[in-house]
Ligand binder design. Structure first.
Ligand code: P6P
Length: 321
């Protein structure tokens, strides 16, 4: 379908899959090998780095950095982008990623995940990439995906034409197509939000959650499911239908989740699956990034549920009950 294609994007996706196999191998043995617990360092987010965070970041950089397919990588774990030096032949793609999201759950064997986003470079070819190459809106992503390390290891990606899921067959070490053409139901079964923050929320989010608890008498009742691991919560809602919300609140005025390597790649996937992703007012994919680790409020999942949340927030903001 694309006679001009060089196969580099395909190869880059295979590189990410190779890194994922490696990360799966050591997350599966986390309880057995001394990789549990803190790495003794703090990352740019000010969060305790788990040893597996550090390992996963090193694996991603070692697999991706020398392939000649990317010109710059940016990771949640590194304060600055990592340009690919000339000797490694900087390529035409840009990779931003969260190497192991949900890492605070690692020691209790809750599913964790890798999230990745791929753009084309916008600076001239033939030289290392720059921060400018990383700060592109989600709408211009070439591809995006995540790997969930759970009861099985699943890689879900989209290159804009449908969403496809692959399950790792450990006996042959290969990802096999297990979920072709994933679409997400327009109305969800679940709502996912950390309700312990209720007192920090705006009146709009309090009204949304009252409705999802079935307290508005308008039939918006849903089941509550919140794992506290973004990839696990997102994947369940993608497959079954649901809406995940991480609002801005009085403690986190921009929310907690990061735009470039969490909200934007998952937003790209959910839109390709027929869903929606918003910051509560506008599509995540339309946000122009201004800094590498900027945070954003996130409402993501079933299309009609996201629209309901946006309508409710807007009406409360306008003072309409
Ligand atoms: P809270 C995990 O630390 C994470 O970054 C996401 O995976 C998850 O969705 C969120 O934070 C959970 O945050 O404040 O509910 O513990």
């Amino acid at each position: 379908m694309h006679p001009e294609a060089t196969g580099e994007l395909t190869s880059l996706l295979y590189d990410v899959a190779l890194a994922a196999k490696h990360i799966a191998a050591f997350t599966r043995r986390a309880g057995l090998v001394d990789v549990l617990g803190k790495a003794g360092a703090v990352n740019v987010q000010g969060e305790e780095q788990q040893k597996l965070d550090v390992l996963a970041n090193e694996v991603m950089q070692s697999v991706i950095g020398k392939t000649g397919r990317v010109c710059v990588c940016a990771s949640e774990e590194d304060e600055h982008p990592v340009p690919v030096p000339l000797e490694n032949r900087p390529g035409k793609y840009v990779l931003t990623y969260d190497p192991l999201d949900g890492s605070s759950n690692i020691d209790v064997n809750v599913s964790v995940g890798t999230i990745f986003s791929i753009h084309r470079r916008i600076t001239p070819a033939g030289r290392p990439g720059t921060l400018e190459d990383c700060l592109q809106p989600g709408r211009s992503q070439v591809a995006a995906g995540y790997v969930m390390y759970g009861s099985s290891t699943v890689l879900v990606y989209s290159a804009g034409r449908g969403v496809h899921g692959f399950t790792l067959e450990p006996t042959i070490g290969e990802f096999l197509l297990s979920h072709p053409n994933i679409t997400t139901p327009p109305l969800g079964t679940y709502y996912s939000i950390n309700e312990s923050y209720y007192d920090r929320w705006s009146e709009g989010y309090k009204a949304v959650v009252r409705a999802f608890k079935g307290l508005d008498g308008a039939g918006h009742g849903r089941n509550a499911r919140y794992i506290g691991s973004l990839v696990a919560d997102f994947h369940r809602n993608l497959m079954k239908g649901g809406v995940f919300m991480y609002p801005a609140d009085s403690k986190s005025p921009q929310g907690k989740l990061r735009l470039l390597y969490e909200a934007a790649p998952l937003g790209f996937i959910v839109e390709a699956a027929g869903g929606a992703a918003s910051d509560g007012e506008r599509p995540i994919l339309d946000i122009e990034p201004t800094s590498l680790h900027q945070r954003t409020p996130l409402v993501i999942g079933s299309r009609d549920d996201v629209a309901f949340v946006e309508r409710t927030l807007a009406s409360r903001k306008a003072g309409v009950s």
